[in-house]
Design a protein around this ligand. Sequence first.
Ligand SMILES: Nc1nc2c(c(=O)[nH]1)N[C@H]1C(S)=C(S)[C@@H](COP(=O)(O)O)O[C@H]1N2
Ligand SMILES: [Mo]
Length: 345
Amino acid sequence: MTNIHIPRGWALPDSAATPESIYLNRREFVRRSGAGAILAAATVAACRTDGRAAVVQERGPLDNVPDTPTADLYPTATKDPRFTPGERHGTISEERVVATYNNFYEFGTDKGGVWQHVGPFEARPWEIEVAGLVDRPGRYDLVELERAFPLEDRIYRHRCVEAWSVVVPWIGFPLASLLERAGPRGDARFVRFVSFNRPEQAFGQKTQTWYKWPYYEAVRVDEAMNELAFVVTGMYGHPLQKQNGAPVRIHMPWKYGYKSPKSIVRIELARDPVPTFWNDLEPSEYGFYSNVDPAVPHPRWSQATEEIVGRGERVPTLPFNGYGEFVAGLYGGRVTPAGDVPHAG
Ligand SMILES: Nc1nc2c(c(=O)[nH]1)N[C@H]1C(S)=C(S)[C@@H](COP(=O)(O)O)O[C@H]1N2
Ligand SMILES: [Mo]
């Protein structure tokens, strides 16, 4: 085992992360330098070799931000120093990495190809329905929500169950704010999230019919109310790229990535436990809680370390992905609650 030092602590100045001037201006830079044209040509070539001429688009991976009248809100998001702890999380990943290595099965299983297939997906305008055991059920226009809640910048580590990770400056608002607006009833114990279902806009939904579309996930109400649970509408100083779950996704950084459903249309509060997409497909491999736990291997691989995408580096995985001080109390001190899968052997 190599001696990799993972610094701890919150108080890292923002400047230690990728400077905003770099990530905010990258699209402009790519255009001016002509790299955009090269990239577009590469896209066309890639599409030809895999025979999917229909998806050819002259867009690069950073050109998938849908137009929205709220775009002006993004560069001015507020920062809470507790949630911009770059040092704890490692160096922020380049947006190009985060936008070209995606898990989003609605657009296929090739992580490098998702961004090339999201063109037909119409991610704006958008509504979210909040339903079930709430005092004020209803449909919320996303634009209203973006204006209603102050948008915050939060740098979160994202740890996929497949043992890779990225560090992303997300923008959004606490999930608790949205739930409080809807007024959860006392008997609500679970929160269910449902993604869009549009096979005509998402070729993975159309061709991979063995999956139970739309994608659905769920957590306990107290997990959803934890201050770390975040409704994400932006990244790197602008609204979300489609391949990262535009226009709205969830992020719970202490859980494996699949507990962060993308492009959600519905949030439902329920009394009884609700099924989840990956757990339904492979219950021996994907648990309900799915807290990041280096001590519990996936049945087919170890979770002890992870690869930092784009850096060619492996580092030890941390319990709760490094967020134990916020969330350990939810689980009585155990990272993987008793009975949650997977358990090897
Ligand atoms: N709707 C939907 N949400 C999803 C997925 C998906 O396939 N469909 N994949 C999940 C998984 S496994 C991961 S690791 C993250 C990936 O997010 P990223 O591509 O923005 O890094 O999205 C999660 N949310
Ligand atoms: Mo994942």
